[in-house]
Design a protein around this ligand. Sequence first.
Ligand SMILES: NC(=O)c1ccc[n+]([C@@H]2O[C@H](COP(=O)([O-])OP(=O)(O)OC[C@H]3O[C@@H](n4cnc5c(N)ncnc54)[C@H](O)[C@@H]3O)[C@@H](O)[C@H]2O)c1
Length: 346
Amino acid sequence: MSRKLEFALIGCGSFGEVLGRYILEVADIAAVCDVNEQSAAQTARALKLDVPVDTDFEQTVRRPGLDAVAITAANFVHAPIAIAAAEAGLHIFCEKAMARTVAECWEMVRACRKKNLRLTVGHKRRLRPSWGRMIDLTRDDGPLGAPLAITVSQYADMRPYAYPGTWWADPQLSGGHLAIIGVHVIDWFRAMCGDARHVSAVFGPRMDEGYKYPDVLHATIAFHGGAVASINSTLHNPLQKFRQAQGPMVQCRHGGMCLSPDMETIELNWQRLDEESPHRELFAVAEEFDPAYRREMGDFVRWVTEDRTPCLTWVEGLRCVELMEAIYRSAEQDGAKVELPLSPEV
Ligand SMILES: NC(=O)c1ccc[n+]([C@@H]2O[C@H](COP(=O)([O-])OP(=O)(O)OC[C@H]3O[C@@H](n4cnc5c(N)ncnc54)[C@H](O)[C@@H]3O)[C@@H](O)[C@H]2O)c1
């Protein structure tokens, strides 16, 4: 295909414009849509687009000349938008979390398979320089060897985001606690350790009734390769901003590493067991995002136009939602072991 891909951008809240800028580096946007007409119009203006502005995604996906949709709407409409887009013959780039449940994810996959369409979920964290460096250090030929155990604390202060009262705080609309904080790290766990075997999790005491799910959660995942990973979160710890939380401590076969994110810089320390002192690597937060968004979007476009293997497909999205759902199911049964995969594979 020699011409540029034509996207519809569906979902014009805080993130639509962000992703829109990366789409426009490699493709065109021929329509925007949001149920909130003002948001859609504002995003079109911010992106300097003179294109139709819709409030009904069913109408958008049927517009002639489109090749693909980018779904940046709230999580509860990812599946309906993706299915409508697939029925209209459009390739799909969907933001994380892929959907609210693994059943919804499989519906999206089936709709795309029927029409032989490409479906990518934007799990950019594994593509960020600092987080990608940790993956590289643990590759077969990397200095640290295989990851054996990972601990992530995400005791974060989410108060500035004022989630209570929004779709994010309702599990029926967002998918639950880990959709707010955890979805990125859980995908990165899979990039580090492969597919999971089982999970167990517990909820802690409820802190803020404004969240319609427990806001304290501890979970442990066991992977087929033998590694274990724990992710523990609260949403009200004043000591860490969102950006400062989530730094993993990793035990590897030949050493260890620790990522310490801060507002401007991210510090990675790693050391082999046979070394005297750690290697210290610094990453600028400002340089973390462009390469990740460019890679995920560029790869999606090249997958559609040149049939080149992309860095991300629907598999990452579905397995991540499956892990999150397994964690909730375990926590609802006070820590019962939940085996994966959750549903029959289709
Ligand atoms: N990859 C990342 O780093 C990243 C960062 C932020 C957000 N996201 C994802 O992007 C998505 C949007 O997040 P946000 O922060 O912009 O949320 P938001 O609440 O600011 O925006 C969501 C938008 O979806 C719209 N919407 C709801 N129903 C719709 C429908 N039927 N049709 C069209 N639009 C509809 C809302 O009106 C709203 O404008 C989420 O899935 C989120 O997880 C990804």
